[in-house]
Design a protein around this ligand. Sequence first.
Ligand SMILES: Cc1cc2nc3c(=O)[nH]c(=O)nc-3n(C[C@H](O)[C@H](O)[C@H](O)COP(=O)(O)OP(=O)(O)OC[C@H]3O[C@@H](n4cnc5c(N)ncnc54)[C@H](O)[C@@H]3O)c2cc1C
Length: 335
Amino acid sequence: MAFEIQKNVDLRDYNSFGVSQMAAYFAKIQDSADLRQAREFAASKRLSVLVLGQGSNTLFINNYPGLVLYMSNRGRAILPGAGMLRAAAGESWHELVIFCLQNSLYGIENLALIPGTVGAAPIQNIGAYGVELEQFFVELEAFDLKTGEIRHMSKADCQFAYRDSIFKQDPGLKLVVLSVTLQLCLEPKVELGYTGLADALVGQKVTPQSVFDAVCAIRSSKLPDPKLVGNAGSFFKNPLISRSKLAKLREAYPELPAWDTKDADLVKVPAAWLLDKKGWKGRQRGGAAVHGEHALVLVNRDNATGEDVVLLAQEMSSSILQAFGIALQSEVRII
Ligand SMILES: Cc1cc2nc3c(=O)[nH]c(=O)nc-3n(C[C@H](O)[C@H](O)[C@H](O)COP(=O)(O)OP(=O)(O)OC[C@H]3O[C@@H](n4cnc5c(N)ncnc54)[C@H](O)[C@@H]3O)c2cc1C
């Protein structure tokens, strides 16, 4: 399909909250040649550029005055060499997980059913059920909107951390991921550290396929399907706090859960627990609401605007700051 730039496009169908905001310019990107043309166009009109996958981690609170690049490049290839795989940025992440299982490439079953594209996966180092993308990441190919050059970035270059990477701040924001290369395992390798997952598999033969099935079943029972109810999964990151802060909080809340992190002085506490404690489940503000089953998930219950969602999120984080002295950070990118 020839490269085309559309004007005044409603983004409602391009974000999983299903909020309506207009992009002044919008282009589907099939390859690096499209990106070159998009870059020239944006420069000629002095437009800002926003890269979009499936919009499942993005909340629009304003019209976007620049050029939205909708990643539509496709392709998956098993590379010569044991268990290496490359996938184009516009591929569906969940379809890639299925493709790996079908080709006896193991390790990412725990990341099944995470909505969105392959290209967005490194941006926040997607993770679920005890597994993070970085464990299988080898390199990615990116187009630099600043220089127009193609760059190859190693794991070290990407600076992965918990729901974080170099792509979330300048100069990483100028990089458009074109493809991602992963190293999968040729022998079945399962990660059952997450209690709920191990429980779901009791009495069953543990295989990558049964782990995949269990993850899909747990997620479907807990998380609203964005096709039916607009949402972006967890709205907040799980906060990292010091061990001394945890000890202090546990004087008042002995049951407060916490997980170790790579940093011996820091623990991660579940934002959902904090929010649940303050009674946020099910509360509604304007068209936005907190999911009735999951305090971390904000939903578009009734024609919410992006502003409805953000105001609700702000109220939630203020209440957590006041009650626990913990500042929640948004996991969702707010535009
Ligand atoms: C129901 C639900 C459950 C979820 N569960 C999880 C979960 O368990 N774990 C988890 O980690 N996330 C989860 N998420 C969040 C989301 O699925 C991931 O963040 C996903 O990687 C977003 O993909 P996307 O293509 O929709 O990204 P988008 O929302 O389109 O973009 C997200 C960010 O990445 C940038 N970006 C996208 N593509 C590219 C590219 N090719 N190059 C450069 N930048 C790019 C965008 O500019 C934006 O900043 C969930 C979301 C939903 C709706």
